[in-house]
Design a protein around this ligand. Structure first.
Ligand code: ZZB
Length: 258
């Protein structure tokens, strides 16, 4: 599985995360949340960044002045893929529990929403990608169901309602909709992120229709088919230093689609 790993720069730490990180990295170091995605062409529509609240993340040293917030498993993989300056064993500066990261403000490359919040998602798997997921509710049914839930029960999740209510902008036009994920969530009567079976079905439908019949509505490649735009957006992000290629070792691929 070859992912695009995106670099979401920390703008402001949540209070508990700030405490956990304090004194552990150079004052002038940049820290990035690094979600792994298969859908680089949807990055215009990022509205938040998900972490698993009960997952332990590490701050791993990528270079003298750059640190990544990812799972240990992803850090090990990256250390072997020449992504870190130092090859081999990743250097960890600090541990932070996912729940302590909630509320952190990060910069989302390419997104209409320049700054987004780190928010909780129970279904994030520690065993897949980097354990960090960027949220695109316009085109990912899981993300749409989750932001809807977060806005509905903001107090329960310990967040501010408005963090989950950023405008959902149409990114891709397909024959059925320009907001495919919300459309499918309604059509399949998905009431919450707990409706795993229907969400899986919605995800598969969204992947197929988005990839084979989608046309870009925004960005430099507006008017082009998703199939053609996908690698171009990816290249653009990589050239700009805002993303890099990250591969998941074959035997360790764990997909929510099973
Ligand atoms: C942005 C995005 C936009 C994604 C979209 C999907 C869609 P999969 O499930 O095999 O298809 N993801 C990545 N890592 C994790 C994780 N650790 N736990 C849970 N989910 C994760 O895997 C690929 C997608 O699953 C990734 O691509 C990521 O969400 C999520 F419009 O990134 B994606 C129809 C899907 N649309």
């Amino acid at each position: 599985q070859e992912y695009t790993a995106l670099k979401l720069k920390v703008v402001e730490w949540a209070p508990k995360a700030a405490e956990a990180v304090k004194g552990k990295i150079p004052e002038d170091a940049k820290v990035y949340f690094v979600p792994a995605t298969l859908r680089a062409e949807t990055m215009y529509g990022q509205t938040c960044c998900f972490v698993g609240p009960s997952i332990t993340y590490g701050l791993y040293k990528a270079s003298e002045k750059e640190y990544f917030v990812i799972t240990e498993r992803a850090a090990r993989n990256m250390a072997y893929q020449g992504i870190f300056e130092k090859e081999g064993v990743p250097e960890k500066a600090a541990d932070v529990l996912g729940s302590d990261l909630i509320g952190t403000v990060v910069n989302a490359p390419l997104s209409f929403h320049k700054e987004v919040r780190v928010l909780p998602m129970e279904s994030v798997l520690a065993t897949k990608g980097t354990g960090v997921v960027t949220s695109v509710p316009s085109d990912s049914p899981d993300d749409y169901a989750m932001v809807t839930e977060l806005a509905k029960k903001a107090d329960f999740y310990g967040i501010k309602k408005e963090w989950a209510e950023l405008e959902i902008i149409p990114i891709i036009q397909t024959p059925t909709s320009d907001l495919l994920a919300p459309y499918l969530v309604k059509k399949l009567k998905i009431a919450s992120p707990k409706d795993a079976k229907q969400l899986l079905e919605a995800k598969e439908l969204a992947y197929k229709e988005g990839f084979y019949q989608g046309v870009m509505k925004v960005g430099e490649f507006a008017g082009e088919k998703v199939e053609a735009a996908k690698p171009k957006v990816r290249e653009q992000l990589i050239k700009a230093g805002e993303a890099f290629a990250y591969s998941e070792p074959e035997n360790k691929v764990v997909s929510r689609s099973g």
